[in-house]
Design a protein around this ligand. Structure first.
Ligand code: RFL
Ligand code: PHB
Length: 388
């Protein structure tokens, strides 16, 4: 065999899995379609559950996160000028960490370089073969030249648009999907955050989220129709719209500035079952997508890696109980995060064309949240992350 585990995709799932396997003495090769600069230029997740924080520490990549990340003990959920403070610390004893996916990925690349792991960039035409034989094979091209690797296991960490999931015969896959009729327009701006905590704002004009990356860098979002493009949203329009969606007290403190990144992401819930096909295992966005409202996407990728890395280490030592259980174990947690992300999305967004009953249900859900400590604890428990 050329290596023990071939990992398709050098995003956070693939890098973290490789890092944990390498630390346990398992050899890996990572095949990534894009350049490293491309992977590091994607602005995505910003919130780590505490379980994710601990996993990154265990992988030996926690130092910069612990120095530069910002622990958050709560968040704000607002409906027009009504503000509900969800106190994670008081309600659950746990907290989350503000530390961007870009930084997590950068730390993982540095750690993998230090380990001497082979990371092949610019791969094309990836084909995953022999999954039911004594060893698997992966064929791919680089600069048009064909390559082939044999291995014991393949980890499909290649995101929603990757090839791994599609390697499982369609007749043996079950897919579950909900596409939402809106997207999020996000900007990054070198300005101070409008509040110490994140603000998830429902408003008559649609949803807005005030997030951050540091004391001087913000990540703000507004709900937009799927037909909009970034060209429809010059900075002035973004700031005016964002300002009118957040509570007036926060709007009065808002500092605006030029955007340094702007992009639109569609919202989708998606799960493909099973996560295992012979010697292939799906991890992260390759198997499931959540709308960003619950901040669960990256965190689910980390919990998949938690289940899979131990299972693969055991399997390579001859005990296959863990890999046999991987799909069911990971899916049990995935479905709970699916439910939470869908519920947060439904509670906080106006759906175009919704009827008056749906609008009243959203208002009643927010009013209940404001009044009930039990409802707040339920939200907090899910937001900080359910146990592994
Ligand atoms: P990724 O990050 O998509 O990485 C997959 C990698 O595979 C490569 N690839 C291939 N490589 C080889 N061969 C092929 N055929 C390939 N096809 C693809 C790709 O180039 C890429 O490098 O998946 P991964 O590693 O599973 O990580 C998942 C996370 O990126 C994702 O769940 C989060 O970003 C979701 N997400 C959030 N998650 C959170 O936990 N908290 C958040 O606050 C949060 N906010 C967000 C988000 C996602 C967003 N967008 C843009 C979708 C906010 C946004 C706006
Ligand atoms: C982000 O900072 O990008 C972010 C934070 C929380 C979310 C989604 C995105 O729920």
């Amino acid at each position: 065999m050329d290596t023990q585990v071939v990992i398709i995709g050098g995003g956070p799932s693939g890098l973290l899995l490789s890092q944990l396997l390498n630390r346990a003495g398992v050899a890996t090769v990572i095949l990534e379609r894009g350049t490293r600069d491309h992977v590091l230029s994607r602005i995505r997740a910003g919130i780590l559950e505490w379980g994710s924080v601990e996993m990154l520490r265990e992988a030996g990549v926690g130092a910069r996160m612990d120095a530069e990340g910002i622990p958050h003990d709560g968040t704000l959920i607002t409906d027009a000028d009504m503000v509900v403070h969800i106190d994670f610390k008081a309600l659950t004893g746990r907290r989350v960490m503000v530390y961007g996916q870009t930084e997590v990925t950068r730390d993982l690349y540095a750690a993998q370089d230090a380990m001497g792991t082979t990371i092949v960039h610019g791969v094309g035409d990836v084909r995953i073969l022999d999954l039911d034989g004594p060893q698997a094979a992966v064929e791919y091209t680089v600069d048009g030249k064909p390559h082939r690797l044999t291995c014991a296991y393949v980890a499909g960490c290649d995101g929603f648009h990757g090839v791994s999931r599609k390697t499982i015969p369609e007749a043996r896959r079950q897919e579950f999907e909900r596409v939402y009729p809106f997207g999020w327009l996000g900007i990054l701006s070198r300005t101070p955050p409008v509040a110490d905590e994140l603000i998830y704002a429902n408003s008559p004009h649609g949803f807005a989220l005030a997030s951050m990356r540091s004391e001087s860098l913000v990540r703000y979002y507004v709900q937009v129709p799927l037909t909009d493009t970034v060209d429809d949203w010059p900075d002035d329009r973004f700031w005016a719209e964002f300002r009118r969606r957040i509570p007036s007290e926060a709007a009065a403190r808002l500092v605006t500035g030029p955007s340094i990144e702007k992009s639109i992401a569609p919202l989708r819930s998606f799960v493909s079952e099973p996560l295992r096909w012979g010697r292939l295992f799906l991890v992260g966005d390759a198997a499931h997508i959540v709308p960003p409202t619950g901040a669960k996407g990256l965190n689910l990728a980390v919990s998949d890696v938690f289940y899979l890395h131990g299972a693969l280490i055991d399997a390579l030592r001859g005990n296959t109980a863990g890999i046999d259980a991987y799909s069911a174990r990971a899916l049990a947690r995935i479905w709970k995060a699916m439910r939470f992300s869908w519920q947060m999305t439904t509670m906080l967004h106006r759906f175009e064309g919704e009827d008056s009953f749906a609008a009243q249900m959203r208002r009643a859900t927010l009013a209940h949240l404001a009044a009930s400590e039990a409802a707040q604890r339920d939200l907090a428990e899910n937001y900080v992350g359910l146990p592994y």
